[in-house]
Structure formats: structure tokens, C-alpha cells
Write a protein that binds this ligand. Sequence first.
Ligand SMILES: Cc1ncc(COP(=O)(O)O)c(C=O)c1O
Length: 375
Amino acid sequence: MSTSFRISCLVPDLPTPSQVAPFLEEMHANRWYSNFGPIVTRFEAEMLRFLERENGASGCFVGTFSSATTALELALKAMQLTTDAKVLVPALTFPATALAVMNVGLTPVLADVDPDTWELTPEIAKAAMQEYACSAVIPVAAFGRPVESEPWVAFQKETGIPVLMDVAAALGQQQIDKELSYCFSLHATKPFGVGEGGLLVSGDENLVLRSRSLSNFGFQGTAGVVQQAGTNAKFGEYYAAVGLVQAQRWEEVMDRRREVLDHYAQGLGKLGNLVRLQKGTGEFIPAVFPIHVDGRAEAMVERLHGAGVQTRRWYLPPLYEHPALAHLKTIGNKAGEPLPVCNELKKSLVGLPFHAFLSKQDISEICDIVAGEFV
Ligand SMILES: Cc1ncc(COP(=O)(O)O)c(C=O)c1O
């Protein structure tokens, strides 16, 4: 990704062509490129082992999709909610969370997030639903911070409302409980990037099978017969080949990301409370690296850009400020006012560069520029 900045915000960390070549040779020999071929099948089995090893998954099933967005869409469709169903989502998320809901004809309802984790919590969801009933909830692993599964399992049991996790950026970090369903992204910018792709992971085998069938037009059983109207959202052999190499590279990828985070912790630690990190950072390695600078986001971005350092303002604007989403109902605020926590985060979050190719010197330079804002 070329930019005019000296230091880029995100640089994908994918395998080299020669690492992928043996799998591509195999694909070529098979003459099988899509439609759940042998390499996709192997990748699904490999991901199940990976999730068992890394994230405590047991009794789960894995389906592959063309993206996390289509995995979310088709899982929602497979859940067979009524056509007037409302789905609660946090207002601080990548737009795909709400777009997936809308794309399958359902209505997103926007809730505020926790001021420390920057995520929707079961407490916020419960309070929101007392104000406005919803038929499903999509918690989000904001910026790749894994969502605690246990409280959502309890929420689902207590309320009977199904929970679908949008943990797009948290593959490898997100603990898996078979009572819930999780959608992950394999987009090139994610720590486990293959280019494009998504995973659905769930203890509900039927949900995975139905979603998978919907990714293949809705064909089920007798070849070519549509049981429920689907689409084409299949994963392919090329991307699965990259995925098999990424699974082998995972420790190397994460060691490097941990090193980058450690350098940042040293550099930003000197600023004390002037800069806040997302709660629990360090116990997990984030996918991207937003820092909280207490209302100074705009000035900080200007300062960093002036010094040739690229930043991003994830996930801004909040969903209710996108023209295509501004009509959606928000809960937990006075009519006509923005959601208070999202509104504060909007002025305070700045995404710093975070990728494997940052040197220790880059990071200390970035930290010095950030510090300059507080002098
Ligand atoms: C929270 C969240 N949900 C969904 C997506 C969409 O993922 P994909 O690009 O694989 O469709 C993203 C992508 O960044 C995301 O951050």
C-alpha cells in the first residue's frame, strides 16, 4: 500500500509468493478452484484446529465465506428472524456490522458503548432493550479487542435473545464458546489476513450448514435445487492456499505484533494518564491501535500528518452520522442527541500506525510527536 506518508498506518503482513506456491501447484494439479474444493476443505479443518489450540474452541463448526460481511449476512439470514426484526448493534463499529443487517432486510438499532472497553456490553444491551425490543444482538470486538464470551452466553440464556458476534478483527485472540456464533474477517489488513474472506464459527452445526448453503445460492441436497434464496459468497482455493500458510506463520506474526505493542507501551507509558489505551490492551494484541487523547483527536491528527505519520480515525464517524445510516434509531440518549460515550470517543480516538514493519525508532518518533501535543 503506497501512501505519501513516511510512516504508514497499516501494512498487510501476508506470506510471500514462494510460500504459497506449493499450495497453488496442488490447486493447479487438482484443476479445482472454487466450490468447496480440497484446499478450502483443508483450510476449514486447519482453522478448527487453530481455534481449538489458540482460543479454547471445542464442539464447534467452521464455515468459510467471501468476507466477514457476507458471513454476518448469511448467519443472520440462517437465523430466520422475522422480517420486521430489529437487531441491536453498537454505534461505534465498522459500518459493515449495520450494513450486513440492512442487506438481509432487517433493521439495525444503535446502542452506546462502554467508556473503557469501547464495546457494547450485556448491561448496555439489557438497558437498551428495556427501552426498545430487539430480536438479536451483534456485539463487536472493537479494534480487535476480544469480547468476553461468558457474559454474552449468560445474556443469551437469560433473555432468550440470540447473540451473533462480529469479531471480524479478533481472529486468534477471541475466546470461543460453543453457545455463541462468531464471524471473523480474513481481509488483508487483519492480523490473520489472506486477502479477502470470512469465517463463521459456531457450536450450532445447522447454522453453519445453512449459512454455507446460502453462500452457494441456497443449494441444498439435490444438486442445483434452491431451498432458501441465497447468493454467491463462497471462499475460493486461492485464498485458502494463502490461509494455510498464514496458519503456519501465526506465531511469527504475533511475536512481531507483540514487540511493536511493547515498544508503544514503553513510549506512551511516559505520558501517564494523558493517553489512554483500550481496556486490557497488552492482555490482547489489538488489530489496529487507537489511543484516547481526551478531546484532542483533531489536533493530534494534524500534528502527526504534519510529521509524515499516517493516522486513521476508526470507527468514525459513529454509525448514526453516516448519511446512509442517519435514519436508524439510537437508544440510550435524549431524542435528537448523539450517544454520549460515542460522542466523546469521536473527539478523542486517534489510530496510530500499527503493523509488523514499524521499527523501534519509528515508534519512539511517533510517541515523541504524540507527547508534543501535551507540552
Ligand atoms: C467490526 C468489523 N466488522 C466487519 C468487518 C468487515 O469485514 P470484511 O472486510 O471481511 O467484510 C470489519 C472490517 O474491518 C470490521 O472491522
